[in-house]
Structure formats: C-alpha cells, structure tokens
Design a binder for this molecule. Structure first.
Ligand code: FAD
Length: 472
C-alpha cells in the first residue's frame, strides 16, 4: 500500500495527525510519502508576496530533509491541485490519501472536490482536525448555534478536553525509485517568479520548536500579561508565522503552555499563561466563525456596514501603507510591517483603527494590504481582526476608536518603538514624539509629513456616518 500525505499548512512531521494516521494505517508494510503542490492560483492571486513564499520554501526545505532522514521523501508538484493529485496517485498506484483539514471556504471546496476525484479512481481519502485544538463544528452554544461572541466561546472552549500532541515518526519507508514521476525538485524563489527583499525570521520546524520552548520554558509566557502590549518589548511569542504555516502543531503548543504552569510563582505568572491561552482561543474563535459564516471572507458581517460610505482616498491609503501619515505610532507600525513582515498586535489594532476611523477607508483595503505583507497573513485571523477594528463584524460594541496619541503614550511611553522605526525623528523630545502633534518646523527639517488628517475631526465624522447607518 502506498499512502500520500498532502501537506498544505502543516509543514512539519511532529504532531501531525495526517502523517501519524498514514503511518498507523499503512506504515508497517506500506510506504508513506509526503506531497506539496504549488498551486498557481494561490501563487498568482495578486496578494501573495515573495517574502511569504520565501518563508514557506524554507519550511518545505526542512520538511523534505526530515522526510529523507526518516527514509522517505517529500514530493513537489506545480499545477492545479486536483489534476496533480490524480496524476501522481495513478503514477505511483496510491492506495490512500491523508490530509489535515482547513477552515477557509476556498480550501474546503477544493478539498471536497479532491476527495471526490480521488475516491473515483479508487483512492481511500481521510482528513483530520489539525488547525485548531477544537474543530470548528465541535463547539456550539447551548442552543446548538455557532458562537458570534468571543467570551462565551472562550468559556466553553477552555472547559473542553484538549487532544495530546502526536510524536514525530522515527522511520518511514519510501519508494525504491523516484524516476519518471510527474514531480519537480523544490523550486527556488526565482523559479517561482518571486523576489524577496526583507530579512526573514528563521523558518521551519526546528526554529518553531526553539521559539516555542524559549517562550514557554523561560519567562516569556509568565510575563505575558504585563509585557504583551508594549511593542518596543519582546513580550509576545512571535510564533504567528509558524502557526500560519503549521511548522508547529497546536497540540504541542498547548502542551508547552500547560507545562509552564509548573514554573508559576505568582498570580501574575498564572495570569500570563491564561491570557496567552486566551489568545490561542481568539485564533480558534476566528476559525470557528469563518467556518460557519464563510461570507465573512468577502465582506462585512453586519449588513449596515456593507454599504458604509467609505472615503477611499488613494493618496491617503498610500500614505498609510508607506508609513507616512504624520502619526508616529501609526507610521512606525507600518514600517515594521513593510520591513519585517510582522507587526505587533497592539500596533495592528492602532493602524487598523486609524485606517478605518481616521482615514475612513474601507477595512478591506487594509485587510488585503496586511495579507500581502504579513508572513502570518491568515484569512480567519486577519479578517477577524479587521472586522473587529472596523466595527463591521459580529461584536461591534463598544464603538472602538483608538486615539493614536494616547495609545502611543500608554504603550510606548518612552517613544522607543517609534524611534526604532522612524529614525528621522531622533532628537525630538519624548513629549514631542508622543504629543500627536510634532511641531511643523521639526517635520519639515526631518522630511517627515504633517498629520494627513485631524484625529478629532475625523472621529466625529466617522461617528456621524456610523449613526446615519442606524447601526446602534
Ligand atoms: P502571541 O501574542 O504570542 O499569541 C500567540 C498566538 O495566538 C499568535 O501567534 C496567534 O496565532 C494567536 N493570536 C494572538 N492574538 C490573536 C488575535 N487577536 N486573533 C487571532 N489569533 C491571535 N494574526 C495572525 O496570525 N494572522 C493575521 O493575518 C492577523 N491579522 C491581524 C489583523 C488585525 C487588524 C489585528 C488587530 C490582528 C491580527 N492578527 C493576526 C492577530 C495578532 O495580531 C497576531 O496573531 C499576533 O500579533 C502574532 O504575534 P505573536 O505570535 O507574537 O502572538
């Protein structure tokens, strides 16, 4: 028997349900091979950027090395996934296909079609819950409905037993020969017609595990409550690109968070762990709502917000993208995004509020820009974060409007983060940096823009438009 494990956003051998099950079902006598398909429709969607592809290639390189070390191989194909799967399945006489499930509407449809096509040619297909600890359809309100609000979701979610991680396999058996198969070697970034000009964090499974251990075995998780909101501090795990590409399994992450309870010395330490777990639950909340309300992927959840009179001024949008709005905390955050492919969560909320409530620009433009730039860009979390910020989602109350200057004073009190990303503002006093109103002659001298809008005027305007939509 020959089993294929179709990897998509689970680029690891540890804690991998599809791989473990392939070995359990055919591994003893049969062969287990990994497969990754480069789908041109995803690569050429106009949103995917070279940085993300480059990060992914690093993950795939390590995954292939791991497969080879264990005695098998990870195969690569380029093309439409269903046609590719069927042609490989026939070429190697595949008996089984295993994969881990996704929650995105596009992926669910593709997987349903792939399952049917493979079953028609006699392949046994099985899929597994992997992306979250609790499957999106395994949790519901007392009335049996999907959740629309986070807090009751969390209460139920946290009370549910969580699955244990699955150990990485020790050995695999592959094919005797890989000649004449419809597969390609791992392509380079250039061969995929991308370039990347940012310095990437380390990719792959071993880097993910090292990050997780450093965060959970050290003080990171214990100090999370006090540190997580300060973008100048290394107060969060930075695991998000790894969770996006599945270089670490969510059961392994949960196991480490639970094990950190042994290190707790104070209520504050314990709160650190709980709040981090709540963030993991936010991730699953957004997966849950996307799964149940796939229309979220293409528009506002609240009908009133679908016709909101956004003012999509292209110049202002460009200034926001480039970090040239004249609001230092916003600009610092956008430069961090553009230069590293990651942005601190506090800053994501600040820039999203600024785009939607100060510039009154449609959140979907921001959502798309984030997807382009973020290494962790993930439909469920990104859409959830944007709809939360735009007050267009399921839980819009209270109406959230962030004042960039007070956010900066509270979360970057020394202006350290601002100066890290806006070196042209060196020499200004902290008070000037945080005032939200840098003196015009200082802006001019430093070639830094004056504020492109007035926060107070714009927030009044937004509130009026919001009232007019009879939303409250
Ligand atoms: P930590 O604080 O260490 O948290 C651990 C993990 O929990 C994260 O890696 C992430 O997987 C998950 N998580 C944490 N906060 C959230 C949250 N609010 N919503 C969902 N999951 C969360 N996260 C993404 O992974 N991809 C995105 O595309 C994305 N877009 C966002 C857009 C906006 C407008 C906002 C406000 C938030 C967005 N987030 C997104 C959520 C959050 O900002 C990031 O997950 C977090 O900053 C990643 O850093 P970290 O790994 O250090 O997180």
């Amino acid at each position: 028997q020959i089993a294929l494990v179709w990897h998509r956003r689970d680029l690891r051998i540890d804690d991998n349900p599809a791989l473990s099950e392939a070995i359990a079902q055919v591994g003893d006598q049969g062969k287990v091979l990994g497969l990754f398909i480069f789908d041109p429709d995803i690569l050429d969607d106009g949103v995917t950027e070279g940085s993300k592809v480059d990060f992914m290639l690093g993950c795939l390189r390590e995954l292939q090395t791991n497969y080879r070390r264990l005695g098998s191989d990870l195969l690569f194909m380029y093309g439409e996934p269903i046609t590719s799967l069927c042609s490989l399945a026939k070429a190697i006489n595949t008996s089984h296909l295993f994969f881990n499930q996704d929650v995105e509407p596009f992926a669910i449809k593709r997987d349903r079609e792939a399952t049917q096509a493979l079953q028609e040619i006699g392949v046994k297909v099985q899929s597994f819950v992997d992306i979250g600890l609790i499957a999106p359809d395994a949790i519901a309100t007392q009335a049996g409905e999907p959740y629309k609000v986070y807090t009751p979701f969390w209460r139920n979610w946290q009370s549910k037993p969580k699955p244990q991680p699955l150990d990485a396999p020790q050995k695999l058996t592959g094919l005797a020969s890989y000649e004449n198969l419809p597969v390609i070697p791992l392509p380079s970034l250039r061969e995929l017609k991308f370039i990347n000009d940012i310095t990437l964090p380390e990719s792959g499974e071993s880097a993910a595990l090292a990050l997780l251990e450093a965060f959970c075995d050290g003080n990171g998780i214990l100090r999370y409550q006090t540190e997580r909101d300060f973008p100048a501090h290394a107060g969060t795990s930075t695991l998000s690109p790894h969770l996006r590409f599945g270089t670490v399994g969510i059961r392994r992450v949960w196991e480490k968070a639970i094990a950190a309870q042994q290190l707790v010395r104070s209520d504050e330490d314990l709160a650190g762990i709980t709040i981090w777990q709540q963030e993991l639950a936010w991730r699953e909340f957004y997966q849950h709502v996307l799964f149940h309300f796939p229309a979220l992927a293409t528009g506002a959840y609240r009908p009133q917000m679908q016709s909101f009179p956004w003012d999509d001024d292209p110049e202002k949008f460009e200034a926001w993208c480039a970090g040239l709005t004249g609001y230092p905390i916003v600009d610092a955050a956008m430069r961090q995004l553009n230069q590293t492919g990651w942005m601190h969560n506090r800053c994501r909320m600040i820039v999203a509020s600024f785009l939607t409530k100060d510039l009154i620009i449609n959140w979907q433009l921001g959502e798309r820009y984030f997807m382009q730039k973020l290494l962790d860009g993930d439909l469920a979390a990104n859409n959830g974060g944007w709809q939360w910020s735009a007050s267009s989602g399921m839980d819009p109350k209270p109406l959230r409007i962030f004042n960039p200057a007070s956010q900066a004073r509270k979360y970057d009190p020394e202006g350290e983060y601002i100066l890290r990303w806006l070196p042209e503002l060196q020499g200004l006093t902290t008070a000037e940096l945080l005032s939200g109103n840098i003196p015009p002659h200082q802006c001019q001298r430093r070639n830094y823009p004056l504020p492109i809008v007035d926060h107070n005027i714009q927030q009044q305007k937004f509130k009026r438009l919001y009232q007019d939509c009879k939303i409250n």
